[in-house]
Write a new protein. Structure first.
Length: 94
């Protein structure tokens, strides 16, 4: 019974560690947004946050939003590369 409890506690600690690790890399990805897209696009960005492996980005300009839709896949790749972690699967422009 004690080995089951130790295993359960080890799994719970591991899950908590993963949550903390994911949170760290999500914060890193959000802070790198301006660096990745550059100052001109960053100045047109109102909000950036990540939820459930999806980055949500509020864009001021509808024409820029449309252009970024075409670069979505490359942006996901660049963000994951710059964070050294597969932190997002998708970007949704608001």
């Amino acid at each position: 019974m004690s080995s089951e409890k130790a295993l359960k506690e080890a799994i719970e600690e591991w899950v908590e560690l993963l949550k903390n690790k994911r949170g760290y890399y999500e914060g890193k990805a959000v802070s790198l947004w301006k660096t990745i897209v550059g100052p001109q696009i960053a100045s047109e960005t109102e909000t950036v946050y990540i939820k459930n492996r999806v980055m949500f980005v509020k864009i001021k300009s509808s024409s820029l939003k449309h252009e970024l839709e075409f670069a979505r896949k490359k942006l996901v790749q660049n963000i994951n590369k710059e964070t050294d972690y597969n932190v997002i699967d998708e970007i949704f422009f608001l």
